[in-house]
Design a protein around this ligand. Structure first.
Ligand SMILES: Cc1ncc(COP(=O)(O)O)c(C=O)c1O
Length: 392
């Protein structure tokens, strides 16, 4: 099943199917699909598309479909609920969830979602859960990130217990995995240590009688900077899907429009506390998007938006629902489109610019886009290829 939606272009009319027409996040699925293809080629092994946190704010279900159609083999989520949402949408690809309440293991099994296991307690909880098949698990070894995973000293015991449960038909150890702390830094000693420990951990698990289908370690940065060393059987890619990385295409454009314009003389204070003053006779445009929509308050006095083919700075504080833009002596009109950020091809700011202006990363800019901003999906190829034979 394949269908294509075309982007609505032109000024003023966003062609929104939902929302109130004040703001929208346009997600270009051709960019996401190009990124999947690029990263699969760079990795040289199958790719798990990490679509946690509503696919970094882009929309989990449509993004998951596009990734699978472009060649992703697995889906990765943090929470079981995120996986259930994908299953309810009819997506059948192999899927892993790695941060969950063990009491919800039944739910994961009912929806054929594999679970990460980092401890004897996790393993016991999963073993107690109910399901028609053995519970599919991926054992996670902490190779040095010290965030989650089984500590090295407990690993052999966890592997042996898992092997016993596997022999009893209670679990199936599909994967062994870990996460890199310095994946994007070629030659980092930390990565070499993690690789050595991971290799040893896999060997110990095999020695305990386990025969995992997939071992996986690398994220986007590791795929792009260290593919030969880190790829193993599968790479877990999140950021890169959305254009965060080298040579990749940002997919999301955050758009709004001018709702009021006023002429203001030089020296006038703008907004709460008159945090900034006009430095010239100018026009101020009111733009209906604020920190409730994902515009960080830290952007005040630093960030720019794109209006009438030029960049114009925010002036004054960021309010919950609105910002003021100093558009200069040349007026703009009510209804003019405003691009907060996009791929950057026209000169508009990018999420990377916003991250720099607000001392954060692009991930936080994307995931911060508020719920009331509708996502519009364009150039989307829906439908997923058959996953028969891919499920482990
Ligand atoms: C455990 C885990 N694996 C893989 C990824 C993907 O990493 P990246 O977004 O850097 O590709 C993430 C986060 O996104 C993660 O939390």
């Amino acid at each position: 099943m394949t269908s294509t939606l075309e982007m609505t272009t032109g000024t003023g009319d966003f062609g929104l199917g939902v929302g109130d027409g004040l703001a929208e996040a346009v997600v270009d699925h051709s960019a996401i699909q190009d990124n999947v293809r690029t990263l699969v080629a760079q990795a040289g092994v199958p790719l798990m598309a990490v679509v946690k946190a509503d696919a970094f704010g882009h929309g989990a279900v449509p993004v998951a479909r596009s990734c699978l159609a472009a060649g992703a083999s697995w889906l990765g989520v943090t929470r079981i609920g995120e996986g259930v949402e994908l299953r309810r949408a009819g997506i059948t690809a192999p899927m892993l969830a790695w941060l969950y309440d063990p009491a919800s293991a039944d739910l994961a099994r009912a929806h054929t979602i594999d679970l990460s296991v980092s401890s004897a307690a996790d393993l016991a909880a999963v073993a107690r859960s109910h399901g028609p098949q053995p519970a599919h698990i991926h054992l996670k070894l902490d190779t040095g990130m010290h965030r989650s995973g089984c500590p090295g000293e407990d690993w052999a015991r966890l592997a042996r217990s898992s092997a016993e449960l596997e022999r009893a038909g209670i679990v199936r150890v599909v994967g062994i995995w870990s996460h890199l702390s310095h994946g994007g830094q070629p030659g980092a000693i930390a990565t070499h240590r993690q690789l050595l420990m991971f290799g040893a951990g896999v060997a110990i698990a095999r020695g305990a009688g386990l025969h995992p289908t997939v071992t996986h370690l690398a994220n986007t940065a590791a795929v792009q900077s260290n593919p030969a060393l880190t790829r193993h059987d599968l790479v877990r890619v999140g950021a890169g899907l959305f254009g965060i990385g080298e040579g990749l295409r940002p997919a999301l454009t955050l758009r709004t429009r001018v709702v009021q314009v006023r002429r203001v003389a030089a020296g006038r204070g703008v907004g709460y506390n008159h945090a900034q003053r006009t430095t010239r006779d100018t026009h101020l445009a009111l733009v209906p998007i604020g920190y409730a929509d994902g515009i960080p308050r830290a952007a005040a006095g630093r960030a720019e938006v794109w209006v009438r083919d030029r960049r114009a700075p925010l002036i004054g504080e960021v309010s919950m629902d609105q910002v003021v833009v100093d558009v200069g002596p040349e007026p703009v009109a009510v209804g003019d489109p405003v691009v907060v950020f996009g791929p950057g091809v026209l000169g508009e700011p990018t999420a990377r610019d916003w991250a720099r202006w607000t001392d954060t990363n692009e991930h936080e800019i994307y995931t911060g886009i508020g719920q009331r901003v509708p996502r519009r999906h364009v150039r989307q190829v829906t439908g997923e290829p058959s996953t028969e034979g891919a499920a482990a």
